[in-house]
Design a binder for this molecule. Sequence first.
Ligand code: NAP
Length: 245
Amino acid sequence: MGVANERSIAWSITQALWQEGAELAFTHLPTPSSRRRIVRLVEPHQPPVVLPCDVQRDEDIAKVFAAVKETYGRLDLLVHSIAFAPPQELKKPYLEMSRQGWHLAMDISAYSLVAVCRAAAPLMPPGSAVVTISYLGGERVIPGYNVMGVCKAALEHSVRYLAWDLGDRQIRINAISAGPVRTLSSAGVAGFDQMLDHHVRKSCLHRSVKPDELARTALYLLSDLSQGVTGETIHVDCGFSVVGL
Ligand code: NAP
């Protein structure tokens, strides 16, 4: 969930999963342009399930997982790579954030993980796994990231609570805290270019993270290579988060 175009983090994860032989279903926002974009991308693989899903709508979520059940019978892995905040709100100081904008961002970027896991869990056998994508702005103040940082804090802590709730069924859930990558979503973050420059200068590896590196960590978290790992947030950020100065 969350492939918008070939720059999407979810698209890199898709490629890595396909390479390992996974059969994948896809969702897109219920707009003709979102559908066109994803259909064109996934066409060569002809996935049987490509469905609209606005994660703000429980009925969309229910339809998606009903279709997955009917087509595949079960779900071994789930990728949640979705976030949104009204762009005009991200341009203002966090202090000026509207109530309505805050709720919208939280609903799409954090609550959706809970809603999607609830719908998916009955299809997920023991040993299956969920991955979501976070950012350091959920742990520290990254000027300009504003409400998205608050959403990521909620997302990462939801991962821990969901790990507890899903643990009885031996379903694991983890987050990847990704370093900045140029995508459609990141274009809406004020000062993203400065963020990227700063990252290259200050990260241990002195470069930005490659989408493929995020994808390979997702593979690890979605496979039995990470069997004992749940409730974690793993930084895949070229070591940016460990540097203090
Ligand atoms: P992206 O390609 O724009 O992906 C975001 C996806 O969220 C899009 O597919 C978008 O669909 C979808 N979406 C938005 N509102 C939705 C809704 N109501 N229902 C269902 N889907 C919805 O950008 P991305 O950078 O790969 O973002 C993926 C995740 O990585 C996000 O959680 C983001 O916060 C996180 N992340 C990104 C970076 C970065 O630097 N890029 C760093 C750390 C974490 P449409 O395009 O059709 O609107």
